[in-house]
Design a protein around this ligand. Structure first.
Ligand code: PSV
Ligand code: MN
Length: 391
């Protein structure tokens, strides 16, 4: 029964699924205590793209890679885009970075100094120029802006400055381009953060217009936050633009999506399915935003993509008719059982068949290990400077 459902409706929906991987996940990363370098790490954006293409070839569902500027700055972005195409993928969202310069000690677009604000806004505008060259649809904005001490700056004035910068960048967007505003509860600012939650991001996006949408980074909430509620709410308002998927135990841990709480990922994907938002036409970018500090990176990214796919398959298996009936009848236990039945289904054998049916290896991680790709990059990338934050 499950198999029949799977091979029809579920596999049709899964065929349209897309997950975007982040260029920075292929590079060295770590904590403020230590970065453990690995072998075979990309030394430039081209090598990151080559790795991302391998993930796509093996999983079949990761055809785009997000860039981070300036980490992925090159002289010729059109050439980078052409290289990606040669490798079988496309460039995805452009992530701005207004958090690493000395000038940003007191903030970027909300800084009390208009000179710093100008510099930050100019960087965001430059990111739109880059989008024009790469053909990217999405500009992803995350601001580390905030304050550490009561009285340090005027909370309300900072909102005005933020709105002003966002307006200017919004006005620069092309017809098919979008602005994705990401929120984060805290860190690096600890007293106030200027975009701390989905409500703040939503209000700014609403004021800006239809090309401004909210990004949900799953690691950016207080413990216990019901993220699927946020998904349902924003979808209903047409204001959900993207996800930055990752897992957290404590704060912004950036661990592999679906590792810490696969049930939460399933509940999120159920709201996506419920909101008819899985296919690319719905316009939601399903991106990963992860750092692989101790685990081998390429297999970890493959694992993450597969975790999203597994959670999605389970979400698609929810018997929505039975669920609707139970909900209408107020049968709490029956409704919950429908959800749990889907979550507790082992979809791995079905997904293996699904991949085989598409000419892919049923086990992408085993296929990666067999491919010899790691030996190749370990040898080829022996010299030079490995990419990391700031590279
Ligand atoms: C900030 O914590 C964040 O989630 C933003 O998406 C950044 O662009 C990304 O991490 C990489 O640092
Ligand atoms: Mn993020």
């Amino acid at each position: 029964m499950v198999n029949e459902t799977f091979h029809g409706r579920v596999s049709d929906a899964l065929r349209s699924q897309r997950v975007e991987t982040p260029s920075w996940a292929y590079a060295n990363s770590g904590t403020r205590f230590k970065v453990f370098p690995q072998q075979g790490v990309p030394r430039d954006p081209f090598e990151k793209i080559a790795d991302a293409a391998v993930v796509h070839r093996l999983t079949g569902i990761a055809p785009t890679v997000a860039l981070h500027i300036p980490w992925d700055r090159v002289d010729d972005f059109a050439a980078l885009s052409a290289y990606a195409k040669e490798q079988g993928i496309n460039l995805g969202a452009i992530n701005s970075n207004v958090f690493q310069d000395d000038d940003y000690r007191l903030g970027s677009v909300t800084n009390p100094d208009p000179v710093v604000r100008r510099k930050a806004t100019d960087h965001l505008l430059e990111c739109v120029d880059i989008m024009d060259a790469t053909g990217s649809r999405d500009l992803k904005l995350w601001f580390s802006d905030g304050t550490n001490y009561p009285g340090q700056d005027d909370i309300r004035a900072r909102q005005d400055r933020l709105a002003e910068a966002l307006q200017e960048v919004y006005a620069r967007l092309g017809t098919d381009q979008r602005m994705l505003l990401e929120y984060k509860l805290f860190e690096p600012a600890f007293y106030t953060t200027d975009v701390p939650d989905w409500g703040t991001a939503y209000a700014h996006c609403l004021e800006l217009g239809p090309k401004a949408q909210v990004v949900i980074d799953t690691g950016h909430h207080a413990p216990g936050t019901n993220i699927e509620f946020i998904v349902a709410f924003l979808l209903r308002q047409n204001k959900l633009g993207a996800f930055d998927f990752n897992s957290r135990f404590y704060a912004d841990d950036d661990l592999m999506v679906g590792a810490a709480d696969p049930f939460q990922l399933f509940r999120i994907m159920y709201e996506i399915v419920r909101g008819d938002a899985l296919s690319p036409e719905a316009g939601i970018a399903f991106m990963l935003d992860q750092c692989h500090n101790i685990e081998a990176r390429i297999p970890a990214i493959i694992r993450s993509v597969l975790n999203v796919q597994e959670a999605t398959a389970k979400a698609l298996l929810v018997d929505r008719e039975a669920l609707g009936r139970a909900q209408e009848e107020g049968d709490v236990l029956a409704a919950n059982a429908v959800i749990m039945d889907a979550f507790n289904t082992d979809v791995r054998p079905m997904l293996a068949d699904f991949r085989a049916g598409q000419g892919l290896d049923p086990d992408p991680i085993a296929a990666y290990h067999r491919s010899g790709y790691f030996d190749k990059i370990r040898a080829e990338r022996a010299g030079g400077i490995q990419a990391g934050w700031g590279a």
